[in-house]
Design a binder for this molecule. Structure first.
Ligand SMILES: [Zn+2]
Ligand SMILES: [Zn+2]
Length: 205
């Protein structure tokens, strides 16, 4: 499944790993909405990492009153935990054992790790990526480097990044030449939007 989505991502010109996270998080949210409430195991997983981060807060709040279903069970679990903390001999020690991560960030991390592992272990995927128009973002370029022992492969990954950055660099150069008051030409749309191509490399999700 993940190989299939990775192959599909090579048709876009963005980062394959960001693409897969985006696709699989949409599926995760779809199931969170449908099964997430009143489904004990899902709520239990949410309770384990229930400090919802700022970024995911916006997405989750889109579910509006459907969240009442989620919170009904979640609050029951939370109340139990708070009571246990109140009764604990050392709440300070006990609270250290409580996870303060965001469930949705954890899921993103799981998808990311799985995608990277699949990517670095498949010669076929690596070759497809190298001959495609897609480009790994900076974060995922370095994650791939951290997770691969194949020097030849990592060299090719870096070469591709460098090649793409060089193209954008030249476009930005042309943009500045053309906005000079002495220039007779105006920047093309491509040159005007060169920053967007650069942005893709520097921003992950
Ligand atoms: Zn990425
Ligand atoms: Zn989050």
């Amino acid at each position: 499944m993940i190989e299939f989505i990775l192959k599909e991502s090579f048709n876009s010109n963005g980062c394959p790993i960001c693409y897969i996270i985006d696709r699989q998080m949409k599926d995760f949210m779809f199931w969170f909405e449908r099964e997430g409430y009143h489904e004990y195991s899902s709520i239990k997983a949410l309770f384990k990492h229930s400090c919802i981060c700022e970024r995911h807060k916006k997405q989750i709040l889109n579910l509006k009153d459907k969240l009442n279903n989620t919170f009904e069970l979640l609050i029951e679990m939370e109340e139990k935990e708070i009571k246990e903390l109140m009764e604990a001999r050392s709440p300070k020690r006990k609270v250290k054992e409580i996870e303060k991560n965001c469930r949705f960030c954890m899921e993103e991390k799981r998808i990311e790790e799985h995608a990277i592992e699949t990517f670095v272990n498949s010669k076929e995927l690596a070759e497809d990526y190298l001959s495609s128009h897609s480009l790994l973002c900076k974060k995922h370029t370095f994650f791939i480097l951290e997770n691969s022992d194949k020097k030849e492969f990592t060299q090719k990954i870096l070469k591709k990044a460098l090649h793409n950055l060089d193209i954008v660099h030249k476009k930005i150069g042309l943009y500045f030449n053309k906005i000079d008051y002495q220039s007779k030409e105006k920047p093309t749309k491509d040159e005007l939007n060169a920053y967007l191509e650069a942005f893709k490399f520097f921003s992950s999700l």
